[in-house]
Ligand binder design. Sequence first.
Ligand SMILES: Cc1cc2nc3c(=O)[nH]c(=O)nc-3n(C[C@H](O)[C@H](O)[C@H](O)COP(=O)(O)OP(=O)(O)OC[C@H]3O[C@@H](n4cnc5c(N)ncnc54)[C@H](O)[C@@H]3O)c2cc1C
Length: 368
Amino acid sequence: MTNEIKHTMKTFDVAIVGGGPAGSSCAAFCALAGLRTLVLERERFPREKVCGDCLNPSCWPVLKRLGLTQRVWDLPHSKLTSVEFIAIDGHKVIVDLPTAEHCELSIKRSLFDDLLLKRACDLGVHVTEETTVTTLAHDGDWKIETGVHETLCARALVGADGRNSTVARLRNLLPRPARERVALQAHIPLPRNFGKRIVLQFLREGYSGQAPVNETELNLCLVGTPPTISRLRQWAQQNFEIAVDQPWRTITPLTRAPVPCPRENFLFIGDAARVVEPFTGEGIYYALRSGELAAGAIAKIISGKDRQFTLREFARASAEMYRGRLWINRLARAAVLSPRIGSLFVRAARINPSILKLLTAKIVSPKL
Ligand SMILES: Cc1cc2nc3c(=O)[nH]c(=O)nc-3n(C[C@H](O)[C@H](O)[C@H](O)COP(=O)(O)OP(=O)(O)OC[C@H]3O[C@@H](n4cnc5c(N)ncnc54)[C@H](O)[C@@H]3O)c2cc1C
């Protein structure tokens, strides 16, 4: 994956900072629109990422437009058939997931993100890995300096660098985190007879998400506050086969306000634009789809369409993508910030499961 940039001051139509699902999707759609596209990625792929590794069924239409449906199926994965909600006292409610063509898969992010970035590369995108953006300046075009004292130039800039976006920070746009929580994640040996389910388990100290990612490994996520996270880790050590020296990936914050709307030739996508509650497992879809929307807007701007109109259109399409879903996000956040209330909800759902079934159906229902 090294269409390396050999010359300084090379000019691109669009520079995308971050090569996760948002950045790769945006880059691939930009390349398909004929734009000279650059991706600057801090890590070397393949790399893991703190995530539940679950692909919401909404991802399939975007993956199809990227020409990746079969290649995603070809990756080692688990086809998930149900979600099991477990209350603090152990009471459970099981909700079935769609099993048809648009089903829920879990795939390690090292494999999924690598496939997406490779697709962008195959479509002609210049990808530079292990590259950190250090300075951004705007004088009509964007001048981007990287850690290796290279200056790159692009007509449009996209921040796709995740929830702690450097691009937003360098432009003084990064909102303060609303409430500090921390997530830990690891791949551990798959417990025998775990099945093909996602487990969302409320615990006194926070919550845990679990899903098999292949025939031998379980994705285990723990979400708590800084004072409770070590107790959550102890809970995990007691309940799963975890090596003493098990490495855990970690990320914070899990909540912050969205960054302000786009201006100039400058857009944010994926987690850099808006961080959604991990509990609902929709972040990868928003990343892929916002990347596609941004590519459409940039192609129009570069071809000479009215910039302000196009940016307003992009903002409207982004809002449409979240329409009718953010209240579920707020509900999920309330439940996980107060696991006792979340547990009461699960217990109530044992008597009448229709609400939980409805919410789950809404989360996994097909989108564009
Ligand atoms: C605990 C947890 C569980 C989750 N579970 C799920 C789930 O099961 N399903 C789901 O759909 N979503 C889930 N999510 C959300 C999902 O992980 C994100 O929404 C998704 O990764 C967003 O993609 P992205 O491309 O916007 O950002 P990222 O995936 O974060 O990618 C950003 C990329 O930018 C790079 N980068 C960062 N800074 C720089 C820089 N300065 N210069 C260059 N590159 C940079 C990073 O290396 C990274 O590769 C979960 C999140 C958490 C925290």
